[in-house]
Design a protein around this ligand. Sequence first.
Ligand SMILES: Cc1cc2nc3c(=O)[nH]c(=O)nc-3n(C[C@H](O)[C@H](O)[C@H](O)COP(=O)(O)O)c2cc1C
Length: 197
Amino acid sequence: MKVLFVNCCIRGEASRTLRLCRVAIEAIHTTFPTAEVEELCLDQEALLPLHSDTLAQRHALEVAQAFDHPMFRYARQFAAADVILVGAPYWEYQFPALLRCYVEHISVSGLTFAYGEDGRPHGLCKGDRLFYLTTAGGPILDRNCGFDYLKTLLGNMMDFKKMDYVAAECTDVIGYPVEEELQKAEEQVRAQIQSWR
Ligand SMILES: Cc1cc2nc3c(=O)[nH]c(=O)nc-3n(C[C@H](O)[C@H](O)[C@H](O)COP(=O)(O)O)c2cc1C
């Protein structure tokens, strides 16, 4: 099993979300001893949103089927993974813009999805599982827009079937038992990974 860990925990070692991701990676190794986990730390990537020039360049490369171009390295890596583990803090009801830039780079027609003769998209990725981890300063309630967005995109365009999340909430609420909340989330992470067997 090949796991791609898309690390969008911008605060690095201070990140509570990264703490959950580390628990997830440990649980993956324990539950699936032959699993390989590859990490992509978005904070270390020079990711930019598509602009007029890069969009035109990408379109020309797609038409020429020149998918070995370095521009497509994120999409190739994404398409080759069995499991996508995303760690991203809850920012503005969603996630950091860096992750949205990454989404533009993995959404490549001919690599991660393709349009069928009926005009509908279908998936070309090896994997069909997304595991999304987040922590939020306040309560999320029914506004987990980051996960909901990825679920919509990966489910509809790339045929992902197994999409789950774990969230620790109220991490910035003074007086809230944050450590208990994080430990509860860690247990949920372990239980979810066990259920993949
Ligand atoms: C730029 C920014 C935006 C944030 N937006 C929200 C938000 O919309 N709702 C919320 O509950 N918390 C928000 N927070 C608080 C974070 O969700 C919270 O601190 C989270 O635990 C951060 O995760 P981390 O420790 O992994 O960095 C925001 C924090 C930052 C820095």
